[in-house]
Design a protein around this ligand. Structure first.
Ligand SMILES: *Cc1c(COP(=O)(O)O)cnc(C)c1O
Length: 389
């Protein structure tokens, strides 16, 4: 064999029988083959085997099965980002002439796709308030209403929907439910009768802010039906990304618990601060949705929002004065982040909608990282002193 040929047909190092890597390797290969065409047509091989990574890949498959198990469902489809997962859940369930319901309190990119993009494909929408179940039932009763997409808790204002109440209304009217459970986390909300869960794996699952991914999770039949669409859209998760997310998940429970306890400590500090007008963190006893949140979920996560008693200029100065919080979108990774909520997440809302969501010029969102909470509180205290003294 000439050396050129050797380079394309390299010797493989195969492990002896019974000798296994403790951390499974990344399958970076795009293509998979069989010893014969006949072997590739075996029905069992067609079900569990691999051909082309856009369709399925062993590393990505490992993540699909693990995330589905954490969420308490049978199967999942991994895609390149959280938004790709949102799109897949909607395109897989809606067609022209049908109506989608969602809440004004949603994550801005979801509002944008529902209000600006889906209507181009003949899909109508009703935008409601997360706590107005009467309105929800009225829209669910309309013949064309097919699907509800909602978040628990909501991004960025941490409002907590009554998932059981909403899911039972949806069942009654035969409306498909999609829960964007990114803020809840993979270990939460599996006990409810939700049809599809979507997650941005970019956040708590990967946890280190260095990789993007998303997943749609449901029962076996629903995922099987959605798989072909995912393959055809080509929103494939790269196996290297799947590997990093699998690695991040090993410490998921430890991180989530620490994010939650530190966020609570910061929330308690802010709640006692006279410069804070209102705080939104369901883990806080004084939060109007504390009881519902603690009944529904285990750990309220890293994110909290609050309104300062300040105008926009002082709010931005306060954000700029923080040293341990980087000003950035995203949540749920090791480092703490801060965001001006109206500027980053509410540019599409009119005055009335801003009022409904409680978002003001003075609204600040924090994602609490894995630093020591005392240092974060100290940093907040210094910013208060610098800007307001
Ligand atoms: C971040 C986020 C998304 C989108 O995830 P990406 O991975 O950034 O595409 C969707 N829903 C919620 C609630 C999010 O916080």
């Amino acid at each position: 064999m000439k050396k050129e040929t050797r380079l394309t047909h390299q010797r493989k190092v195969l492990l002896p029988d019974g000798n296994e890597a403790i951390v499974p390797p990344i399958y970076r290969s795009v293509k998979f083959t069989y010893p014969s065409i006949e072997a590739s047509l075996n029905p069992e091989v067609r079900h569990t085997g691999f051909e082309y990574t856009r369709d399925a890949n062993p590393t990505t498959r490992q993540l699909e099965l693990l995330s589905a198990e954490l969420q308490g469902r049978a199967d999942g489809v991994c895609v390149a980002s959280g938004m790709a997962a949102v799109w897949l859940s909607l395109l897989g369930n809606l067609k022209a002439g049908e109506r989608l319901t969602f809440f004004v309190q949603s994550y801005r990119p979801i509002r944008t796709l529902v209000r600006n993009v889906l209507p181009r494909f003949g899909i109508n929408y009703s935008m409601l308030d997360v706590h107005q179940h009467d309105d929800l039932e009225r829209v669910f009763a309309q013949k064309d209403t097919k699907l509800l997409i909602f978040e628990a808790p909501t991004n960025p204002m941490l409002r907590v929907p009554d998932i059981e109440g909403i899911a039972s209304l949806a069942k009654k009217h035969n409306v498909t439910t999609v829960l964007d459970n990114t803020f809840g986390g993979l270990h939460n909300h599996g006990q409810f009768e939700i049809d599809y869960y979507v997650h941005s794996l970019t956040k708590y699952a990967s946890g280190h802010g260095d990789v993007m991914g998303g997943v749609v999770i449901a029962d076996e039949g629903r995922i099987k039906a959605m798989h072909e669409l995912a393959t055809s859209i080509g929103s494939t998760m790269d196996p290297g990304a799947a590997y990093l997310i699998l690695r991040g998940l090993r410490t998921y429970h430890l991180r989530h618990a620490r994010h939650s306890s530190s966020a609570l400590a910061v929330a308690e500090y802010l709640a006692a601060n006279p410069l804070v007008d209102k705080i939104f963190y369901p883990g806080l006893k004084s939060d109007s949705e504390h009881e519902l949140a603690t009944k529904q979920m285990d750990g309220c996560g890293a994110v909290l929002a609050f309104n300062l008693k300040a105008d926009k200029t002082h709010t931005w100065a306060f954000i700029d004065a923080l040293k341990l919080f980087a000003t950035a979108s995203s949540i749920g990774s090791t480092e703490s982040l801060v965001a001006p909520v109206k500027l980053y997440f509410a540019g599409d809302l009119d005055e009335q909608e801003l009022k409904q969501t409680g978002i003001k010029d003075s609204t600040v969102r924090l994602s609490i990282g894995l630093e020591h909470p005392d240092d974060l509180i100290d940093d907040l205290e210094k910013a208060f002193t610098k800007v307001f003294n």
